[in-house]
Ligand binder design. Structure first.
Ligand SMILES: Cc1cc2nc3c(=O)[nH]c(=O)nc-3n(C[C@H](O)[C@H](O)[C@H](O)COP(=O)(O)O)c2cc1C
Length: 542
C-alpha cells in the first residue's frame, strides 16, 4: 500500500488496473480497442435521462440576445448577477442545454430522422454526462431547496433530493456524473475515456457560462466518491445504466470558499431521495474493463494545488462577438473543405487562449499543474510553414519533451507573431496525410487549417497523485477541446474533437517511448463543409 500526498491510501493494484486499462483501450493500425463493432440500434440508449415519480420544474427559455462579448470573458470578472430562476436558467442554457434539433426530411416532406444537439459536445453525440444542482432555496423556483437533476430536453429541474442544505443564498453546488453505458453502447471499452473527455468539455462550458453571469466556480477538493454519490443520489442506482459521480463544483456570486467536508457530510446525512431513473435501453452488453477502471480511478479524494500563478486577466483583443451566440451556435464540423486558411496573427491568438497563464480563470478550475502540451499538425496557416509544431503549456515540459522526442527536430520558435509564445517548429513538411492517418484515417484531420494531438504526462503523474488523477488528465484535454471549439467559432471556422486515433503510432511518429507521455485526445479546426440535406430546428419549439 502506498500513499498519495493528501494521505489517502492507494493500492498499487488500482494504479496497475488504471494503467492497464489505458493500454488495452489503445487503437492500433490493425486492431481497434474492443467494441461491439457495429451499431445495435435495438439497444441504442434513449438520449435523455428522466426520473419517474418527480415533476419537472421548468426554468423557462431565457433571453440571451444581449450580454457580454466573447473576448470580454477573458478580462476582469464581470459584475455578478443574483442567483434566481432566470439567471440559473441562463447558466444552464449557455452550458448544458439543447442547442438545436437536426432533421432529415424526405422529398415528400416527411421527417425521416431527427436528433438533438447540445451546447456541450459529446463523442458520438451520446451525452453520458448528467448534472445535479444542490441549493438551499430559491424563492421563485423551489423555496425549500434540495437536490435537482437537470433535464436538458425540457430545460428544467427534477427534484431528486429533499432535506435541509447548509448552503449560502449566494452559492450552490453542481455535480457531474457519467452514464458509462451510453458511450459503451457504441464504443465498447474505450468509452470510459470518452466519458471523461465529455466531463472536461462540460466543465469548461459551465465555467464559461458562469463567467458570463459574473459567478465564480471552484472544484470542491477532498470529496471522495462515496460522499459525492450520496450528495447527488447516484449511490442508489444499480445496474448497467447507473451513473458514476465524477466531480463536484461550488458556484458563488462572491467568490467565497466551498463548504468544508464536514458540512457536506452532514448535508448528505440529511438527504432523502425520490424518483427512479427510467430505463434507457432494453438490454445491455457488459464491459467489465470499464467498471474496473471506474472503481480503480475513484480511489482517493484528490486535492492538488494550482501549479502556476494566476496572472491578472487581460482581454488581449476585442472582436465584438456576442458570447452567448458563439456558445450556443458551436457545432462540430463533419467534414472540412481542404482549402480554408487562417492568418498567422489569428492562429497565434488562438494559441494564447490555450495557455494556462493567458486563460487562467478557465484552466484554474482544475486545481492542478498543466499536465498537457500540444503537438500541432499545421496545414494552412498563412505565413507559417506547414509542418509539425509544439505548444508547451507547462514550462517544465520543454526540456522533458526535447529529451523524449526524436533527435534532430528543429525546436525553433517561428518568430514574428509567435515570438512571445512557447511555440516551436519541429519539422517543416506537408503532413496532411500523416495527420489524417494517425486520426483513424479521418479526412477532417488533414483537410482543416490544423489538427493536433494533446500529449499528457501520464504514468509519472498517476504515480505522484494516484489513479484518481487518470480521469483528470482527460478532463484537462476536454477543457482544451472546448476552448478550441469556441475559438474556432470566433475565428469564423469550425472545430471537431477527435477521440479516434492510433495511440502508439502517434507516439512512434514523435519518438516517444514508454508511457510517461501519452496522446489522450486529438482535435481539428478548419473551414467546414455543410450538409445541405440537414434542417435545423429550434431546440425548444412547442
Ligand atoms: C470527446 C469527443 C470525441 C469526438 N471524436 C470524434 C471523432 O473521432 N470523429 C468525429 O467526426 N467527431 C468526433 N467528435 C464530434 C462529435 O461527434 C460531436 O461533438 C457530436 O456529434 C455532437 O455534435 P456537436 O459537437 O455539433 O454538438 C467527438 C467529440 C467529442 C466531444
Amino acid at each position: 500500500m502506498s500513499r498519495i500526498p493528501n494521505g489517502d491510501p492507494v493500492t498499487t493494484g488500482h494504479l496497475r488496473t488504471t494503467i492497464s486499462y489505458h493500454h488495452r483501450t489503445k487503437h492500433h493500425f490493425h486492431r481497434y480497442a474492443a467494441s461491439p463493432g457495429f451499431m445495435d440500434w435495438a439497444t441504442q440508449p434513449f438520449p435523455f435521462r428522466r426520473f419517474e415519480g418527480v415533476e419537472l420544474l421548468e426554468l423557462g427559455i431565457p433571453d440571451v440576445s444581449t450580454g457580454p462579448s466573447w473576448d470580454s470573458l477573458f478580462g476582469p470578472a464581470l459584475p455578478p448577477e443574483e442567483i434566481s430562476r432566470e439567471s440559473l436558467s441562463r447558466f444552464l442554457y449557455l452550458s448544458l442545454a439543447l442547442s438545436a434539433w437536426k432533421q432529415v426530411v424526405s422529398p415528400e416532406g416527411e421527417v425521416v430522422s431527427r436528433w438533438s444537439l447540445r451546447v456541450n459536445p459529446s463523442s458520438g453525440n451520446l451525452h453520458p454526462t448528467e448534472a445535479y444542482l444542490l441549493f438551499s432555496g430559491l424563492s421563485d423556483l423551489a423555496p425549500e431547496g434540495g437536490v435537482f437533476h437537470y433535464a436538458p430536453d425540457g430545460h428544467g429541474l427534477e427534484q431528486r433530493g429533499t432535506g435541509s442544505l447548509d448552503l449560502p443564498d449566494n452559492g450552490f453546488l453542481i455535480g457531474l456524473s457519467s452514464i458509462h453505458w451510453r458511450e459503451a453502447w457504441k464504443y465498447g471499452e474505450r468509452a470510459f475515456r470518452y466519458c471523461q473527455h465529455d466531463v472536461g468539455h462540460a466543465l469548461a462550458a459551465l465555467k464559461l457560462a458562469a463567467r458570463i453571469l459574473g459567478w465564480s466556480v471552484e472544484m470542491v477538493g477532498g470529496v471522495d466518491h462515496s460522499l459525492m454519490s450520496r450528495l447527488l443520489g447516484t449511490h442508489l442506482q444499480e445496474g448497467p445504466e447507473r451513473e458514476h459521480a465524477d466531480t463536484l463544483l461550488f458556484v458563488s456570486t462572491d467568490g467565497r470558499a466551498a463548504p468544508d467536508i464536514e458540512t457536506l457530510e452532514a448535508m448528505a446525512e440529511g438527504l432523502a431521495f425520490q424518483g427512479t431513473p427510467r430505463p434507457l435501453s432494453p438490454s445491455h452488453v457488459p464491459w467489465p474493463a470499464i467498471d474496473e477502471v471506474a472503481e480503480a480511478s475513484q480511489t482517493g479524494s484528490l486535492t492538488a494545488s494550482l501549479g502556476y500563478d494566476e496572472p491578472a486577466p487581460t482581454i488581449q483583443r476585442e472582436r465584438n462577438l456576442l458570447a452567448s451566440s458563439l456558445i450556443r451556435n458551436r457545432r462540430s464540423a463533419v467534414s472540412m473543405d481542404g482549402r480554408t486558411s487562417m492568418k498567422a496573427p489569428d492562429f497565434a491568438h488562438l494559441l494564447k487562449r490555450l495557455l494556462p497563464g493567458h486563460c487562467a480563470h478557465l484552466f484554474s478550475l482544475l486545481p492542478q499543474e498543466a499536465e498537457t502540451s500540444l503537438v500541432f499538425f499545421v496545414h494552412r496557416v498563412e505565413g507559417l510553414k506547414p509542418g509539425l509544431y509544439a505548444l508547451v503549456r507547462n514550462p517544465t515540459h520543454l526540456e522533458a519533451w526535447q529529451a523524449a522526442f526524436n533527435d534532430g527536430l528543429d525546436w525553433e520558435n517561428p518568430g514574428s507573431d509567435f515570438a512571445d509564445l512557447p511555440f516551436y517548429r519541429l519539422i517543416a513538411a506537408d503532413i496532411t496525410e500523416a495527420a489524417q492517418r494517425l486520426s483513424c484515417n479521418q479526412g477532417i484531420a488533414g483537410d482543416g487549417v490544423f489538427s493536433l494531438g494533446m500529449i499528457s504526462r501520464m504514468t509519472p503523474a498517476l504515480q505522484q497523485h494516484g489513479p484518481g488523477y487518470y480521469p483528470r488528465l482527460f478532463w484537462e484535454t476536454g477543457m482544451i477541446g472546448q476552448m478550441l471549439y469556441l475559438e474556432a467559432e470566433a475565428a469564423g471556422l469550425r472545430g471537431t474533437g477527435i477521440g479516434c486515433f492510433f495511440d502508439d503510432e502517434v507516439h512512434r511518429v514523435l519518438g516517444l517511448e514508454g508511457d510517461s507521455w501519452q496522446s489522450l485526445y486529438h482535435f481539428t479546426v478548419g473551414g467546414p463543409l455543410e450538409d445541405s440535406r440537414l434542417q435545423t430546428v429550434d431546440p425548444y419549439e412547442s
